[in-house]
Design a binder for this molecule. Structure first.
Ligand SMILES: C[S@@+](CC[C@H](N)C(=O)[O-])C[C@H]1O[C@@H](n2cnc3c(N)ncnc32)[C@H](O)[C@@H]1O
Length: 286
C-alpha cells in the first residue's frame, strides 16, 4: 500500500487537541505537548493497519457507536504506558508484608483479606502482592481466604497477566527462593506463575474513572502505583476519595511516592514512613 511508505502528516494543533481530549475524557490520561510525537506515532500506526490516511476520518471511526468502542479498546492499549516489573517498588511491597504480619501478630485479621491492584498492567504487581501475602500466611500456618482483584484498562495487558507467562529476564531479577517457590520454568525458558498464585488473582477489565460504578466491596489494601501520575491533580484527589470509601477500617491505600500531593481525607491518616506513601483508614468512631 502506497500510504504505508509515506511519512505520516503531522497532527495539527487542532487534531492534537481533539485526540488528547478524547484520551483524557475516556481514560483520565493527560498528555503534555512533548508527547505529541508519541500520540501521533501510535495513532498513525493504527491508521496504517486499517488503511486510513486521514486523522479525522479515523477519529470519527473511533467515536462511532459499538464498533468505535471496539476500535477504542485496541487504540487505548497502544496509548497507555504499561511498564511494570515484579516487586517494582520494594518498600511499598514490604509495607504490605509488614501490615499483614502485624495483623497476624495482633490477631486482628478478619475472615478474609482483600486486595485491589489498580492499573495492574501485565500482572507483575498483583502477583508480587500475592507472593508476600502467601509467604505471611504460610509462615503463620494460616489458611484464611485471601484474594487479589486486579484491574486495568488495557485488555492486551490483562491477557498477558491471566496467562501468567513471563520472559526469563523479568523473573531472573528476583531472588532465587521466590523464583523456585512461585514459578515453573518451561521448556522454552519462560516462566509460568504457579497455579497456587494464579488462583488467588482475579483479573477484570475496568477503567478507574468508572470507580463509582464498581462493586463496593470493603478492602484491606488498595495498591495503586504509576497510574494516578498520568491524571490531573483534581482527578487524582477524586479517585483517592473514592478509594477511601472502599477501605475497611484499618485498611490501607498505597500509592506511588509523590503521585498524590495536597490531598487529605478526614477518614484516613498518612502512615509515618518516608519511603512509602500510604494512608490508613481510621477505626470506626475515631
Ligand atoms: C505504568 S503501568 C503501572 C503498572 C503497575 N501498577 C506498576 O506500578 O508497575 C500503568 C497501567 O495503568 C493502566 N491504566 C491507564 N489508565 C487507566 C485507567 N483509566 N483505568 C485503569 N487502568 C488504567 C495502563 O493500562 C497501565 O497498565
Amino acid at each position: 500500500m502506497i500510504w504505508s511508505l509515506q511519512a505520516a502528516p503531522d497532527l495539527t494543533d487542532k487534531q492534537f487537541d481533539q485526540w488528547s481530549k478524547l484520551l483524557e475524557d475516556r481514560a483520565g490520561i493527560c498528555l503534555s505537548d512533548q508527547q505529541r510525537v508519541f500520540l501521533q506515532t501510535q495513532v498513525t500506526m493504527r491508521m496504517r493497519e486499517l488503511g486510513h490516511s486521514d486523522y479525522s476520518q479515523y477519529y470519527n471511526r473511533v467515536v462511532d457507536g459499538v464498533s468505535g468502542m471496539m476500535e477504542w479498546s485496541v487504540l487505548i492499549d497502544r496509548l497507555v504506558v504499561k511498564e511494570t516489573s515484579f516487586f517494582r517498588h520494594r518498600p511499598s511491597i514490604d509495607f504490605v508484608r509488614d501490615f499483614l504480619q502485624n495483623q497476624i501478630n495482633n490477631q486482628s485479621l478478619q475472615e478474609s483479606f482483600e486486595v485491589w491492584s489498580v492499573g495492574c498492567s501485565s500482572g507483575e504487581e498483583p502477583y508480587s502482592l500475592s507472593m508476600v501475602i502467601n509467604d505471611c500466611f504460610d509462615l503463620a500456618q494460616l489458611d484464611p481466604y485471601y484474594g487479589v482483584t486486579a484491574t486495568d484498562i488495557s485488555r492486551a495487558a490483562l491477557t498477558i497477566a491471566r496467562n501468567g507467562i513471563y520472559p526469563q529476564r523479568k523473573v531472573e531479577m528476583m531472588e532465587a527462593h521466590i523464583r523456585q517457590r512461585y514459578f515453573n520454568q518451561q521448556d522454552n525458558g519462560r516462566y509460568l506463575i504457579s497455579p497456587e498464585l494464579q488462583d488467588r488473582v482475579c483479573y477484570n477489565h475496568a477503567n478507574v474513572l468508572n470507580i463509582n460504578e464498581m462493586p463496593t466491596i470493603q478492602l484491606d489494601i488498595i495498591f495503586c502505583q504509576n497510574l494516578l501520575i498520568y491524571f490531573r491533580r483534581w482527578l487524582r484527589h477524586e479517585i483517592m476519595n473514592a478509594f477511601v470509601e472502599r477501605l475497611k477500617p484499618g485498611g490501607v491505600i498505597i500509592v506511588g511516592l509523590g503521585e498524590v500531593v495536597d490531598w487529605s481525607h478526614p477518614d484516613v491518616t498518612r502512615a509515618s514512613n518516608d519511603d512509602v506513601q500510604a494512608y490508613v483508614r481510621n477505626p470506626v468512631g475515631a
